[in-house]
Design a protein around this ligand. Structure first.
Ligand code: HEC
Length: 98
């Protein structure tokens, strides 16, 4: 998120603080606590927002591909974290799940 370099009114600053707070609460609810979650927060937020993940419409197969795609782009995922991470994304964000 880019914060515009404009003078803030007190009201504008309060709104910004509130929206920052709700977006944190929102992402925690959207990312259930399970193995792989820490990797998502640590690794997948390095180049883009983790909002990319819960807004993506991807099948289980797509997620498998995405994990390797992101690693090939430089995402630092330990080899032993690849399986739980993939599982986590598929379990929680595969659009063809149900
Ligand atoms: C090294 C940088 C980097 C890291 C780390 C990274 N990504 Fe990405 N990701 C990218 C780039 C670059 C794109 C393409 C951006 C664009 O098209 O605007 C992208 C796009 C995406 C997309 C959208 C793909 C689509 O087809 O809609 C998803 C989903 C995604 N990343 C998930 C992840 C996940 C999950 C992780 C953690 C494993 C992760 N990313 C970590 C660089 C990264």
């Amino acid at each position: 998120m880019k914060i515009p370099h404009k003078p803030f009114t007190v009201f504008g600053t309060a709104l910004l603080a509130m929206s920052a707070f709700t977006s944190v609460a929102f992402s925690q609810a959207e990312f259930p606590d399970a193995p792989g979650r820490d990797t998502v927060f640590l690794v997948c937020s390095q180049c883009h927002s983790i909002g990319r993940i819960n807004t993506a419409k991807l099948s289980a197969d797509d997620w498998q591909f995405i994990v390797y795609d992101m690693i090939s782009r430089g995402a630092p995922v330990y080899p032993e974290d690849i399986a739980p991470l993939t599982r986590y994304l598929q379990d929680n964000f595969a659009s063809n799940k149900r």
